[in-house]
Ligand binder design. Sequence first.
Ligand code: 13P
Length: 277
Amino acid sequence: MKPKELWSMAKKNKQAIPSFNFSSLDVALTISRIVQNSSYQCLVSTSERELNFQTIEIVVAGIKALQKQGYPVFLNLDHGKIMDTIQKAIQMGFDCIHFDGSSLSFEDNIHITKQIVEQCKPLNISIEGEIGKIGGSSTLQDESTPESILTDPNEAIRFVKETSVDILACSFGSGHGLSKEPEILKTEILDEISKQIEIPFVLHGGSGIVPSEIKKAIDAGVVKINFNTELRIAWHDGMRDYCQLNTQDIVPVNILTAADERVAKVVEDKIMLCLNR
Ligand code: 13P
C-alpha cells in the first residue's frame, strides 16, 4: 500500500494514521514492533534536525530494512524546510514529504509547494503542505516558542487548488509540545474547507490532546496525527529513572531498553486513539 491509499482508507474508516518522530533507530524499531503488534500502520518521521543527527543515509537504510522485514511503517520527512534536504529525501526514497512553507509569504508557499508536488507525484510520494502556522516546539516549552496563526479557510482552499497537495496541515488550535491549558480544537476551520474541496487533513502537535478532541478531529477529516513530545518525555524519563536506580550499570542495551519500554507504552496508547474505537 502507498501512503496516499492510507489517507483514503483512514478517511473511509474514520480513523487516523499516527506519525511518530524518532531521533535514533532504537526508537524507530520500538515503534515498528508496536504498530505491527497492533495490526496497524504508521509513519516514522524525522525533522531536519533529527535527520542530520542520524544522517539521511542511515535513516533511509534503517527504515528500508524495517520495511523489508515486513514492518508496516512509512518514512516521512517532518517539517521539511531546506530544499537540499527535501531533494535528497525525494531521491533517496522517502514515502512522504511534509513541506513546511508556513514562514514564507502565501504566494511563495504556493510556488515552492507546487514545485515539490510536481517532483513527488510521478514517484508516488505523498506530499503534505501547510497553511497557517502551528506554534510551539516539541520540547518542554519555554517563552521563546513561536505563536500559532490559525489557518484561514479561504487561503487553504486556494492553496490546495493551486498546489494539488495530497494532504494538508492546518493550524486549528493545537501547538507542538505540551500546552498548559487544554487544547480545544477549532474543527469548524476544517469544516469550512471541506465544504468547498475534498482534502484529508493533518493534525500537528498531537501530544497532550485529550481523546475527545482527537475524536473530534478525526470526525472532521483528520487522517494523520503527529506525535513527538510525549515520546521524547517517555524516552528521557525511562532512561533517567533506570540510571538513577542502577548507578553502576553502564551497558547501553540495558539503558536503551528501559527508555524504549516507556516509548512503547505511549505508542500503544496513541495507536488506540487513532483507531478511534
Ligand atoms: P507534539 O510534539 O506536540 O507531539 O507534535 C509533534 C508534531 O506535530 C511533529 O510535526
